[in-house]
Ligand binder design. Structure first.
Ligand SMILES: C[S@@+](CC[C@H](N)C(=O)[O-])C[C@H]1O[C@@H](n2cnc3c(N)ncnc32)[C@H](O)[C@@H]1O
Length: 257
């Protein structure tokens, strides 16, 4: 192929990559409301975090708005996300709540992707995990991200204070017991770990740390039956029936009294 054509192909690939990036942004920005378009800080934030999150506009906006709210209402405590992937949604919360001034942000993830689902997660999860559902803490090569991805959005792009961010790498079953023992109150607990066992262990260790007036977000409540079951069993055991507000087809959130 003549050298001239190499540069044409390179140009073409470059332009396609830009096009793909723009198309991906549309999944978030087509839902922007008039009030969002008037907020330059929010447009920039959502533009920057979009490649680092799997959640769509409604759930990203919910996390952002709740972080703004806990600041305004002066609800004490840290921001915690269990199941961060590349950290975009957690970074949006951290940015909205003052970029690490005053509150810590805890990121819990294996950074190896999802483990195997278990039987409680249903057939769809088994299919998603290429016919595995033993519940073993073995990566199934879905939702894999690295610590570096999270550092990139938190520190390089959004300039969030380094010492306010605690990255807990590993299986929740290994990291949560020790980390939660050193944790103070939580203002927002965001659970996005898909499976029954993962959701259960988060609730067992962290729910009681959520401050009165703080929020708990369940990203997978409508989508994954195992998550829903873990939440329902937890509240049944506690004999409480919190008002779960609908974010979208899957996300729910509640205010703790
Ligand atoms: C759907 S992704 C999270 C999406 C993320 N919140 C976002 O903003 O895009 C689910 C994450 O949960 C993590 N995860 C699920 N179960 C886990 C476990 N038992 N221990 C550690 N990480 C787990 C996976 O590694 C994966 O990154």
């Amino acid at each position: 192929m003549p050298p001239g054509q190499y540069s044409t192909i390179r140009e073409f690939l470059k332009k396609s990559a830009i096009l793909v990036k723009v198309v991906k942004k549309i999944r978030i920005f087509r839902h922007f409301r008039w009030s969002d378009w008037r907020d330059g800080r929010k447009i920039r934030l959502f533009w920057l975090v979009e490649p680092y999150t799997t959640v769509g506009y409604d759930r990203l906006n919910n996390a952002y708005e709740l972080a703004v709210r806990v600041e305004k209402e002066k609800i004490p405590g840290d921001l915690v996300e269990c199941g961060t992937w590349k950290g975009g949604c957690a970074a949006a919360m951290a940015y909205a709540a003052g970029r690490g001034e005053g509150r810590k942000v805890w990121l819990f993830d294996s950074f190896e992707g999802l483990p195997e689902p278990g039987e409680a997660d249903g057939l769809l999860a088994k299919e998603f995990a290429a016919d595995r559902n033993t519940g073993k803490l073995k990566p199934i090569n879905e939702c894999v991200a690295s610590v570096r991805d999270a550092e990139e959005i938190f520190f390089d792009k959004l300039k969030i204070k380094r010492d306010s961010v605690k990255i807990e790498k590993g299986w929740l079953q290994d990291t949560l017991p020790a980390a939660s023992a050193n944790m103070g109150p939580i203002a927002i607990l965001r659970l996005d770990v898909d499976w029954y066992e993962s959701t259960k262990i988060c609730l067992d260790h962290l729910y009681d740390k959520v401050a009165p007036g703080g929020y708990v977000i369940f990203d997978d409540y409508g989508h994954w039956p195992g998550c829903r079951l873990a939440v329902q069993e937890f509240f049944k055991k506690r004999n409480i029936d919190p008002d779960l507000k609908v974010i979208d087809y899957t996300g729910r959130y509640m205010k703790k009294n």
